[in-house]
Design a protein around this ligand. Structure first.
Ligand code: 3HC
Ligand code: NAI
Length: 696
């Protein structure tokens, strides 16, 4: 969203009240013209004797979404946002912010500079700066605690979460919630306050923390949740500065804000923000129109089918689930009800809503029940023969134009599509477990898939609240293909001297949500075991094969579900499985490997470089349209730290020449695994980055 020509602040006087409208579509971002416009508006309000009070309101669908994120990489143009906010707060006539849609970041800071705040019932308010690797930079960390106290301010500022209008009213963040017309209510509200003393947050005394050790305790909690991300902790530093007089506090806040704005983490998080929106805009598919989808069919009611059904019901679709027989059907419907119960028990869904959703779910054992479905998603066993049989049956029952999707993790979607007479209608919709919770959706495009079928995948994905990324057909698509390389490297390191818990703790310190061995224990070791067996016949002779995981599976230790895997789960918590260590050492000895120490840094470097190298191949082969697509898959589906921007963004930050140098160094030990991706070599030779490819 570049600054539009029309970005402006207008002032209209209605019955002596100035209506100041911020207008910069699509989200009223605070560009230079808006900052200047607010200062000019305040000067006019002060000057014009016929104006007695003012409201600030946003044009379009929201109040103000914050600073213009696209200006962050560029030199800041005067006036600054703090200057604009100071002008609002200093106004001698009462000013109220009339908030609808969202007031985020600098938008909320503007509202805090106003003397009062009123919200529409559907409004959301927050300071999401930490999610962009920065902190509020226009007084937010100083004014907010003066208004609502340190405890609530800490929650909002360090998490970046948004509060709804009624919660905001409870906290004291807004003075009133408008019953009907927001603008009329705000005008009436401010008219009643003409002549009253003006509450200015900057003039208030600093608040008192709830307890002596408030900040110390808070720091420990914030650090734990931040997993290596700096901004939440720096936001806490700024918040603590609110114990000082206002002028000193804002100075400290500004220093931290400017320091973070140019940081690598802020760059990476900005990349992630824009990449999350760019994935849905695949070059070449701009003109494709999605087909209408109201009714969804799901085949298979196991782990994935039930999760997909829940996600679909919650998004407002009606769902028909088909299972192999009556018993499996009952189990499938039970799985759906159990998932919904999870929401109810956490207070996130009423019994009534649950009943309404279940009323839109039909179970069947006859494929004929799928005749009304606009989209049919197959989630049966991961077996080509079974899947082809299902798709062949669909030909007879699916209505013309129905979109036919497979949730396969690894199988060739082209081969599945060929089982029907309408391969143009077939695509992969690869959900992640648990499908009603995980936000990633890989949309797999087979050779014959029609463009409007891809567009339908994106439209449904959006409605389901997913971040959908387009992938071509290959073994494992984008995510599982990189995962396979990641795991091979982890396996190689444990055979060479590291221990699984060392690898896990190094990767958790890197910022991953969970180490790779803990993840395997969680999803069950048998899944990848079966895949390795399938691949035996085609495995290249040059490929190093580490048999440690096979030995563990042979012992019957399949992870959490059997009570032990890489770890033991005696009290539910993982502790290293000593028998695993014995097996590992036996396997190293068998191969004559002299085991050596691996530092956490080396473990992180090897795994990251393996991911980057494979990511580059995936882009080069056109499996991913751009490096940013790879980044989003890793962040949304595989626990890669968002603050590192994904592996491709991380590579740019390290420097591609350095990345290539390291890969070449590793290739000295295993030339087959570490062969540098040609794309990486080409970019280095041309002095380009992955970001250049993202720009097209
Ligand atoms: N700056 C620049 N562009 C922005 C923007 C911002 N703050 N917020 C959104 N946009 C752009 C998006 O990139 C998108 O552009 P595109 O159409 O070219 O892809 C367009 O506006 C519409 O955005 P969405 O697709 O996200 O629309 P939604 O309706 O789904 O969501 C929103 C709207 C809730 C406002 C969401 O965009 C959002 O959360 N924006 C970011 C808000 C934010 O982080 N603000 C803090 C900024 S930092 C700050 O204020 C610093 C201050 O303390 C000094
Ligand atoms: P599952 O074993 O839990 O469920 C499969 C279900 O399909 C069973 O309930 C079975 O009765 C049913 N079924 C089998 N043949 C059928 C047929 N002909 N008609 C109707 N129903 C039939 O398996 P899961 O884990 O749900 O996996 C399903 C698919 O999703 C697989 O292709 C898998 O690779 C894929 N997947 C699995 C993920 C996971 O983490 N479990 C993640 C992403 C994809």
């Amino acid at each position: 969203m570049a600054e539009t020509e029309g970005a402006r602040v207008t002032v209209a006087v209605e019955d002596g009240i100035a209506v100041v409208t911020v207008d910069n579509p699509p989200v009223n971002a605070i560009s230079q013209a808006i900052r200047q416009g607010l200062i000019d508006a305040m000067a006019e309000i002060e000057r014009n004797p016929s104006i007695t009070a003012a409201i600030i309101i946003g044009a379009g669908r929201l109040f103000i979404a914050g600073a213009d994120v696209r200006e962050f990489g560029k030199p800041a143009l005067p006036p600054t946002l703090p200057e604009a906010i100071t002008a609002i707060e200093a106004c001698e006539k009462p000013v109220v912010a009339a908030i609808h849609g969202v007031a985020l970041g600098g938008g909320l800071e503007i509202a805090l500079g106003c003397h009062y705040r009123m919200a529409d019932p559907g409004a959301k308010l927050g300071l999401p700066e930490v999610t962009l690797g920065i902190i509020p930079g226009a007084g937010g960390t100083q004014r907010l605690p003066r208004l609502i106290g340190f405890a609530d301010a800490l929650d909002l500022i360090t998490t970046g979460r948004q509060a709804g209008a009624s919660e905001a009213a409870k906290m004291g963040l807004v003075d009133a919630v408008a019953e009907n017309d927001l603008k009329a209510a705000a005008m009436e509200f401010i008219r009643a306050r003409i002549g009253a003393p003006l509450p200015r947050l900057s003039a208030m005394d600093p608040p008192t923390p709830d307890s002596e050790d408030f900040f110390e305790t808070a720091r420990a909690g914030v650090a734990r949740r931040a997993r290596g991300q700096d901004s939440p902790l720096r936001a806490l530093d700024a918040l603590e500065a609110a114990r000082m007089p206002f002028d000193q506090g804002v100075e400290r806040e500004r220093e931290i804000f400017l320091e973070l704005r140019g940081s690598d983490q802020a760059k990476a998080l900005r990349h992630a923000f824009f990449a999350e929106r760019a994935v849905a805009k695949v070059p070449g598919f701009e003109a494709a129109k999605p087909r209408q989808v109201d009714a969804i069919g799901v085949i298979g009611g196991g782990t994935m089918g039930a999760g997909i059904a829940v996600a679909s019901l919650r998004a407002g679709y009606s769902v028909t689930m088909v299972e192999a027989d009556a018993e499996a059907m009952a189990r499938g419907l039970g799985n759906v009800a159990k998932n919904l119960d999870g929401y109810v028990s956490r207070g996130r869904m009423s019994e009534e809503t649950k009943a309404e959703l279940l009323a839109k779910l039909t179970g069947a054992v006859d494929y004929g029940a799928l005749g009304g479905a606009d989209l049919i998603i197959e989630a049966v066993f991961e077996d080509m023969a079974v899947k082809r049989d299902v798709f062949a049956k669909l030909d007879a029952v699916a209505k013309p134009g129905a979109v036919l999707a497979t949730n396969t993790s690894y199988l060739n979607v082209d081969e599945i599509a060929q089982a029907t007479a309408r391969p143009g209608d077939v695509l992969g919709l690869h959900f992640f477990a648990p499908a009603h919770i995980m936000r990633l959706l890989e949309i797999v495009r087979a050779g014959a898939t029609a463009p409007d079928v891809i567009a339908t995948g994106f439209a449904v994905g959006r409605k389901l609240g997913k971040v959908a990324v387009l992938s071509g057909v290959c073994d494992g698509f984008i995510g599982n293909r990189i995962l396979a390389k990641f795991r091979q490297q982890a396996d190689a390191m444990i055979e060479d001297g590291a221990l699984p818990w060392e690898v896990d703790s190094a990767m958790e310190a890197f910022g991953m949500a969970m180490g790779p061995f803990k993840v395997m224990d969680l999803s069950g070791l048998d899944i990848s075991w079966a895949m390795r067996k399938r691949q035996t016949a085609t495995r290249p002779a040059e490929e190093r094969y580490v048999a440690i995981a096979d030995r563990i599976c042979e012992a019957g230790w399949l992870g959490r579900k059997t009570g032990r895997g890489w770890y033991l789960y005696e009290d539910g918590k993982p502790s290293p499985n000593p028998d695993v260590e014995t097996i590992i050492i036996e396997e190293s000895t068998k191969k004559g490997i002299a085991r050596r120490q691996f530092s956490a840094q080396e473990i992180q470097d090897r795994i990251l470089h393996a991911m980057i190298n494979e990511g580059a191949r995936i882009v080069e082969e056109g499996i991913a349209a751009r490096p940013l697509d790879v980044d989003m898959v890793e962040i949304m589906g595989y626990g890669f730290p968002r603050w590192r921007g994904g592996p491709m963004c991380a590579a740019d930050i390290i420097g591609l020449d350095k990345v290539l140098g390291k890969i070449r160094e590793y290739a000295g030990e295993d030339a087959f695994y570490w062969a540098p991706a040609p794309l990486l070599q080409r970019l280095v030779a041309e002095g380009k980055t992955f970001a250049d490819l993202n720009r097209g």
